[in-house]
Design a binder for this molecule. Structure first.
Ligand code: 5GP
Length: 110
């Protein structure tokens, strides 16, 4: 599914893209601002990342922080989440970093 978004076969509101990464708005937002940051290369879950993917995964986090700044959420705060496998709520099996902002967040998460 997210490969199709990366290939522009399924429309999405894209907030950032480069040759490695894509960030787009979640279709079912859980906060006033909710984006997903994905690698273009298909990796199913965090269980599948390897040492050689460290820069790629680090790039997702770096990009999330930059988007949060660009959108004006850095000061108030935001949440970033990777859900890994069904027990954690993962429903789309292409790794994605959730970036949620624009409201206060509770801890622990549900
Ligand atoms: P997960 O539950 O796997 O951590 O997160 C998957 C996220 O992808 C959910 O927040 C869901 O709303 C979002 N999502 C599922 N299908 C689509 C889609 O076709 N387009 C967009 N933009 N988001 C999607």
């Amino acid at each position: 599914l997210f490969c199709k978004i990366a290939n522009r076969e399924i429309p999405a509101t894209i907030v950032y893209e480069d040759d490695q990464l894509l960030a787009f708005e979640d279709v079912n937002p859980q906060a006033p601002f909710h984006a997903l940051i994905i690698p273009r290369r298909h990796i199913s879950t965090l269980n599948d990342i390897q040492e050689r993917d460290a820069a790629l995964v680090g790039g997702l986090i770096t990009r999330a922080a930059q988007i949060a700044k660009d959108q004006g959420h850095a000061q108030d705060g935001y949440r970033t989440v990777f859900n890994c496998n069904r027990g954690a709520g993962q429903t789309v099996f292409h790794i994605h970093l959730h970036l949620l902002a624009g409201r206060s967040m509770n801890w622990p998460p549900g």
